[in-house]
Design a protein around this ligand. Sequence first.
Ligand code: GLN
Length: 214
Amino acid sequence: MLALQGAFIEHVHILKRLPEVAEAILVRTQEQLESVDALIIPGGESTAMALIAERCGLFEPLRKFTRSKPTWGTCAGMILLANEASKTKKGGQQLLGGLDIAVNRNQFGSQVDSFETDLHMSAVLGESAPPFHAVFIRAPIVTALNSEDVQVLAKLEHQVGQTDTETIVAVRQGHLMATAFHPELTPDDRLHSYFVRLAQDYKGKSQDVVTMAN
Ligand code: GLN
């Protein structure tokens, strides 16, 4: 678990419940990063997280890690994994990149505009699975898919003015996964299980336990 800033401890609580996770390690140094099989980049503040990573000398190692090892970005983590992000009033920001998507930050407004909704995620959870209850807090959305390799995992159905709109809020591209919402803030661990299976597949031994960085 990347533990520089944001909602990392909530992810750790869920990971510790999963039998497949050997150890959930808080990553704050390059050595810790090099010791893990997979990484979760939590929600928080993507600009702050990138700045802290740079100051700790972790930005380039993180970029290298995300090029080949399973990484899941939630909310701010999704922004950091995107190849393109909308500029804010303060300008652009450093991105780790890797996911061929463009995102728009803070799409739904500020903290007070946070909301919860049910998402159908059949590609992840199975056709007849109950929906996933998703918490959106100053969330980004995916505004462009720039490669055919990007798989859409969830769409949010909402209204913009009088028009019903579908917005992409979760994607996967090979070893990279990103969700605009916060799965660590609900008791439902199905997305964490999915990511651990993804990490196991990449490790090449599907029955093996994995070491997970948060
Ligand atoms: N809006 C935040 C950002 O731009 C992300 C919010 C979140 O992670 N809950 O980084």
